[in-house]
Design a binder for this molecule. Sequence first.
Ligand code: ARG
Length: 285
Amino acid sequence: MSASRVATSRRYLMCPPTYFDVVYCINPWMDPSKPVDQRLAYLQWQRIYDVFVELGHQVELIAPLPGLPDMVYSANGATVLDGRVLVARFRHEERVAEAPAYLDWFDARPFDVRQADCVNEGQGDFLAIGDLLLAGRGFRSERASHAETEAFFQRRVVGLNLVQADFYHLDTALAVLDEQTIMYYPAAFAPDSQQVLRELFPDAIIANAQDAAVFGLNAVSDGRHVVLPAGATSLAAQLREHGFEPITADVSELLRGGGGVKCCTLELGPASSAPDGKVPRGHGR
Ligand code: ARG
């Protein structure tokens, strides 16, 4: 039990759900026959945005594009670490056109940007912790993307095999809480990957099936506050016991596309002290 969890201000990129809809099905959560309540989706997204701002984080926006109803799930747009950006290459045709929008967004700012060659769904499948990059595969990002990502960021990638279609991205089954701590749902991973996680993170918070089913693991932590979907009640209680402050958000409508809090949040790094909100380092391309 730790009572001294420390929050650090972060910088996030979000995409308003202006064109959010469920008009195709690329994961088991999506049912195009059921209409989406766009207004409710907007309110739910706005609540996540407001919570981040209230917590002192910098939230930037990328303009949503018509015809790209999944663009609200900005976590998939790229992987960002230390000012370097590997822009996603989407598996499904329906999302392919999001990548150039993210590429343009990052290109217009002082980041060191590269477009991924391999199928790679950004922070949906790549989560940094300490010196490691945890990487999911099995449904979206292809195996070769792990080596590409490792080489680009010069960070050891730990490949994890996802085995349940409901948890098709790593960030639906595992969340990084701070530089040493994760929470995850073991059954979403193949036995060998469960073993790897047990060895690397013996003190992890283990989610139960109920918490996982409401996308409780699709959460964003600043080291102290953990924004997670409402309904993940035992997970929230466990977080509290471990010294974190859970903050819940209702994401029922966003879940209809197969995404929750983390899916709507692309983590750009620590909050910048530069007055223009830009990362105070510039790499050429
Ligand atoms: N409908 C989107 C898809 O299937 C949801 C993406 C959720 N994002 C995430 N980071 N898990 O691609």
